[in-house]
Design a protein around this ligand. Structure first.
Ligand SMILES: NC(=O)C1=CN([C@@H]2O[C@H](COP(=O)(O)OP(=O)(O)OC[C@H]3O[C@@H](n4cnc5c(N)ncnc54)[C@H](O)[C@@H]3O)[C@@H](O)[C@H]2O)[C@H](O)CC1
Ligand SMILES: [K+]
Length: 599
């Protein structure tokens, strides 16, 4: 098989960009025209990974019981050829056919290698198998299929790939439901199955290897519209699909291995992109002629009598995140705490290059009538109201609007207003904008909901989560200026979920906004989105450093060449608990690492 020529830039783009199913088909097309055997390449690499996965779990392929869940499309074809290769290496193979047909030559290969085929659909017409059974027998066959699947060592899920439409239906859905029930996998466990964080092999249930995409996920929008089959490993072909990057579907993919088919992705608009490779461009290195003011000054209206710690944490984080100075504004007692914890802070008004407001400030529901912090924030945010004075709004410094300030946001603001809600806060924001939304809706469709808030307000929206998504202006491409690339950041480990962690993020956000050339963000909303996502990335990296782990919400996939044998994939260190102050301590090293990654 031919070797793929790949520059480092191409490898980086492949690992950090995901493309819609339609775009992937467009990129496959020229290769198929040239007769490149894509299905064979997919199958061979899948078989290799299956062998590695089994061995890692102490099972040699010639002792393995393998079950293939095979759909009628090409995804089933990939799976059939892969399964045939495993049967050829001595595995005991059962193919469970969930559709009315199967890829005929791939099926033949499986049968020739000794695979047994169990057909579930009474209306199927599959050569070499028994047809025309009744509904009663169909029920018995389904039970038998589930018995075999649950007793197997490895289930290869090749029911649907990029041809999937809507939630899983019919026999694939019934089979997935039965399998998940018998495997004892609850929804919670599926959620815990984040990319690269959970070691394979769990409580006696079979390992699951997904072909191209786990069946049942929303391939293009990253949702989980219904029953789906979470995988330990997903082998994906040619290019990442959004479901391998966007939450919550990304959590169902397990470890992702991308097989490089040699697609020409240069200049092709991705549906979503990870911020990782771009972070260093958001960091302004100190220059010889710098003074503290030219490095950026952050102004913070954060914390309150009730939550003074938020003021301290956001100020310390901003101060550590590569700026010349921070100004803290708040009640005298809180300012006193800030200055005693951070003698470098200045508790006085003055010129700032970016603002941070709202962390540790009560929202409308919890505030006293005349809350000092809310009054100050309301008046500051009024300057960003495009409906009141657009010129003035456009000339205000960039601002991070967090927590208790989110309900003070004017209706229409410029893109250099960055919102940093979590799912619950985003739902409240949408309700304020007259959209009937709950936290669950946001958790189910995070990208769609964040995009709604961006569309309705104009603000850049950073929705916090294990995978953080940033919805703002997209990169402009010639002839296509309505692209909606979603930027994601998955560098944060689960240890980051600790009190004060969000305050630290807001501080880093303010610092990154402040260190951009003054005036450069106001008319460049794309740069705002990149800067915002970079702040989340550095926060996540600091969390990794503080907790001693490399496991995080999303990692770029392992890249595999069809001609190469696979590298050893190490599981990440688990790490240890942290408090928000530990994240602050780790910020400088996170900057160093982010800059090193760019080299
Ligand atoms: N194009 C190529 O040559 C390559 C493709 N590869 C693999 O092919 C799949 C895409 O194949 P396609 O036949 O277009 O679609 P699928 O197999 O994913 O799905 C069609 C199959 O699924 C049924 N179906 C669709 N939606 C649902 C649903 N909601 N519920 C139940 N069943 C559903 C539909 O009826 C068909 O039977 C791609 O992912 C790759 O795996 C390889 O990469 C090689 C090159
Ligand atoms: K699949």
């Amino acid at each position: 098989m031919r070797m793929i020529q790949r520059s480092e830039k191409r490898a980086q783009d492949l690992r950090n960009r995901a493309f819609s199913a339609e775009t992937v088909r467009g990129m496959e097309h020229p290769l198929l025209e040239r007769g490149v055997p894509l299905m064979r390449m997919a199958a061979q690499t899948t078989a290799q990974e299956a062998i590695r996965l089994l061995e890692k779990n102490g099972i040699h392929v010639n002792e393995a019981n393998v079950v293939l869940l095979a759909g009628a499309g090409n995804n089933g074809g990939d799976g059939l050829y892969a399964a045939a290769a495993l049967a050829g290496r001595g595995a005991t193979l059962t193919v469970i056919a969930v559709g009315k047909s199967l890829h005929s030559s791939a099926l033949l290969a499986c049968m020739q290698a000794g695979g047994k085929v169990l057909v579930l659909d009474p209306e199927s017409r599959i050569p070499g198998t028994s047809n025309g059974f009744g509904l009663g027998e169909a029920g018995e066959r389904l039970e038998a299929a589930l018995d075999i699947a649950i007793e197997s060592d490895l289930v290869i899920d090749a029911m649907t790939g990029i041809g999937a439409r809507g939630p899983l239906r019919g026999l694939p859905a019934t089979l997935a439901q039965g399998f998940m029930k018998r495997a004892g996998r609850t929804d919670q466990e599926n959620d815990d199955h984040t990319n690269g964080t959970v070691p394979t092999g769990h409580s006696g249930a079979p390992l699951v290897l997904a072909v191209d995409t786990p069946s049942g996920v929303g391939v293009d929008d990253g949702t989980l519209p219904g029953i789906h089959v979470p995988a330990d490993v997903t082998m994906t072909f040619g290019a990442l699909k959004p479901c391998a990057m966007l939450p919550p579907a990304s959590y169902a993919c397990g470890k992702v291995i991308l097989v490089d088919f040699g697609f020409d992705i240069d200049g092709v608009t991705p549906a979503c992109e990870s911020i990782g490779p771009h972070v260093s461009s958001a960091i302004r290195l100190p220059r010889a002629k710098d003074a503290k003011y030219s490095r950026g000054v952050v102004g913070l209206i954060t914390g309150s009598a009730r939550f003074p710690g938020a003021a301290v944490l956001s100020s310390k984080a901003a101060a550590r995140a590569n700026v010349g100075m921070i100004r803290y504004l708040g009640p005298a007692a809180v300012a006193g705490s800030v200055v005693s914890a951070l003698p470098e802070a200045v508790a006085a008004k003055g010129h700032v290059q970016a603002w941070v407001v709202g962390s540790g400030v009560p929202d409308a529901q919890h505030a006293q009538a005349a809350d000092e912090q809310r009054t100050a924030i309301r008046s500051l945010l009024g300057n960003y109201d495009l409906g009141r004075d657009a010129d003035r709004a456009m000339n205000m410094p960039p601002i991070c609007v967090d927590a208790g300030a989110l309900d003070l946001l004017p209706r229409h603001v410029p893109g250099h207003v960055v919102l940093t809600p979590h799912a619950g806060e985003l739902a409240s924001l949408l309700r304020r904008l007259d959209e009937d939304t709950t936290r669950e809706t946001v958790e189910d469709s995070p990208i769609d909901c964040a995009a709604r808030v961006h569309d309705l307000t104009g603000a850049t929206v950073l929705l916090k989560g294990a995978v953080t998504a940033v919805l703002g202006a997209a990169p402009r491409q010639t002839g296509d200026d309505h692209t909606t690339t979603v930027r994601i950041c998955g560098s944060g480990p689960a240890w980051l979920a600790t009190a004060g962690s969000g305050d630290v993020l807001a501080g880093i956000m303010g610092a990154l906004l402040a260190q951009q050339d003054e005036g450069s963000l106001q008319h460049d909303p794309e740069k705002v989105a990149l800067t915002a996502a970079s702040a989340a990335y550095i926060h996540g990296l600091a969390g990794q450093i503080a907790s001693g782990t490399t496991a995080c919400g999303w990692q770029p996939p392992f890249l595999m060449d069809p001609a190469e044998s696979i590298l050893t994939l190490d599981d990440p260190h688990a790490g240890h608990p942290i408090i928000a102050s530990d994240i602050v301590e780790a910020i400088p090293e996170a900057f160093e690492r982010a800059m090193e990654q760019a080299r």
